[in-house]
Design a protein around this ligand. Structure first.
Ligand code: NAD
Length: 495
């Protein structure tokens, strides 16, 4: 078997990208990016700190007046062009993504590279929709509103879907006339740096800046920087709360896209009329096993009606266990590696604790202690109480808990018994039930009879401790990245 190899980026690519140029920290400090499938270093990137953030925010502020004054169609045109460049380089970018994130090239990384081009092109097209309103105040007053950019945006993203999320942040900020300083995750900054390389020379210097570094250093400095008018953060709820504190004093605008522990609920009619196979597949898809469960929207708590438990569960197990686990760059592998040893250890601890509490494994096992690559198998755990830690906290690994229920009310209670409210998946074809449950369940995004991913154009965001604000749509971008300015002109003759 020949693996596709990803080579080290060209010299200079791994610095930060600030004011249209590559930049290394003065003290020369670096961070090592590793390939989690192989547990080997890929490359070194600059360990930016508050100093780099300061320079980048200054560059963004300087670029702001001209950028916001540009016609929205021109800003959109540049985003579309970046989407085109990304599409042309999609295979290389997919290999970078697979190497740094552990997401399999076959099932995930290629899809993410193409999905990210879709995001850039979507915002490139809808940028012109930054419209205002006029008010019917009579013939003597001309009153209208415009949508103004907040100014300089600081965005911080995680490692699990870095390119897609980076493109969402870039597109929303730039389309609406803001300038951006983006801090990618220390574990997976390379696809974003490649994107910055593709964008080189496209936007005026200072409009798009990328600073690599640690969360507690570069990330914290960005969130608390007085020159940052808006922070858009995607990551864990724990860090989201820190970001909230960091922005509160200066009342910076804030969007938080945080964690989840999303329920999947399956009713008996979902397997009738030959639907057993497809429902089982969609349940496995909703769990994002092919992403090692490293998805904020993973349907990681499966509630199955007791009447179909014995039929559905073996099928879900069969579909999930059929995934081929291995090196993310192997073109035949379906499911790659979790991001790093810390995450792997936490997943192991979650599963070991549930095993000690008396849970059973339908498939999978407690991951081995010292693996050669961080690739645990898909794991489905039964005999779990909804109050156990494994059913309440985000494992962020390929681990689903499955719990039977008897009544609709019981399913709703268990689904809502969580501090998260990001996504939910319902499997039933009863329209009345769909209507009742979609109203009753606390989640920002509910899918019925499918377990798919986000699509540009849908407003997506969480409730409860899963976040505030929404992204992925022009409506979300207008709400989150602009403010309404109202102008009232007295046009009465002689006034
Ligand atoms: P994380 O919160 O540890 O890190 C996310 C980012 O924040 C990284 O860039 C990190 O460097 C930075 N960071 C860490 N500490 C910081 C601090 N004190 N100040 C400023 N920045 C800091 O999350 P993670 O482990 O990288 O990602 C996984 C989490 O992200 C999961 O909880 C997942 O559910 C969530 N997530 C949510 C969405 C969504 O759309 N809701 C999407 C993807 C991931």
């Amino acid at each position: 078997m020949t693996l596709l190899e990803y080579k080290l980026p060209e010299a200079g690519l791994a610095g930060s990208y600030i004011n249209g140029a590559w930049h290394w920290p003065d003290d020369g400090r670096t961070l090592t990016v590793e390939n989690p499938s192989r547990r080997e270093p890929i490359c070194e990137v600059g360990r930016g700190t508050g100093d780099e953030i300061d320079i980048a925010v200054g560059a963004a502020r300087a670029a702001l007046p001209a950028w916001r004054a540009l016609a929205a169609s021109e800003r959109g045109g540049l985003l579309s062009e970046l989407g085109r460049r990304l599409e042309e380089n999609a295979e290389e970018v997919a290999r970078i993504l697979a190497a740094e994130s552990g997401n399999a090239i076959k099932t995930q990384a290629r899809g993410e590279a193409m999905g990210a081009t879709g995001v850039l092109k979507y915002y490139g097209g809808v940028a012109v929709e930054q419209k205002g309103e006029t008010l019917p105040l009579g013939p003597d007053l001309f009153s209208y509103s415009t949508r103004e950019p907040h100014g300089v945006v600081g965005s911080i993203i995680p490692w699990n879907s870095p390119l897609q999320l980076g493109c969402v942040k870039i597109s929303m900020a730039l389309a609406t006339g803001n300038c951006l300083v983006l801090k990618p995750a220390e574990d997976a900054p390379l696809a974003i740096l490649k994107l910055a390389e593709l964008a080189d020379g496209l936007f005026p210097p200072g409009v798009l800046n990328v600073v690599t570094g640690l969360g507690g250093e570069a990330g914290a400095a960005l969130a608390s920087h007085p020159g940052v008018d808006k922070v858009s953060f995607t990551g864990s709820s724990e860090v989201g709360k820190l970001i909230g504190h960091a922005t509160a004093d200066r009342i910076a605008k804030l969007t938080l896209e945080l964690g989840g522990k999303s329920p999947t609920i399956v009713f008996p009619d979902a397997i009738e009329n030959g639907r057993l196979d497809s429902t089982a597949q969609q349940v496995a898809n909703a769990m994002r096993f092919a992403r090692q469960g490293q998805s904020c929207t993973a349907g990681s708590r499966l509630f199955v009606h007791k009447d179909i438990w014995d039929v559905l569960m073996p099928k879900v197990a069969e579909k999930s266990a059929a995934l081929r686990v291995g090196d993310a760059l192997d073109p035949d592998v379906d499911m790659g590696a979790v991001i790093n040893s810390e995450r792997y250890g936490e997943i192991r601890a979650f599963v070991a604790e549930a095993e000690a509490q008396g849970a059973s494994f339908l498939i999978g096992e407690t991951p081995v202690e010292d693996p050669s690559g961080f690739s645990p198998n898909p794991t489905i755990i039964t005999g779990v109480d909804n109050a156990w830690r494994i059913a309440r906290e985000e494992v962020f690994g390929p681990v689903m808990v499955a719990i039977p229920f008897e009544t609709e009310a019981e399913a709703i209670d268990m689904a809502n018994d969580t501090h998260y409210g990001l996504a939910a998946f319902l499997f039933t074809h009863d329209v009345s039930r769909i209507s009742r449950l979609t109203r009753a369940i606390d989640a920002g995004w509910i899918q019925v009879n499918q377990g798919g991913g986000q699509i540009p154009g849908m407003s997506y965001g969480g409730t409860k401790q899963s976040g505030t604000g929404s992204e992925y749509s022009i409506e979300g971008a207008l709400e989150a990245y602009t403010y309404r300015k109202c102008i009232t002109i007295n046009i009465k003759e002689g006034a």
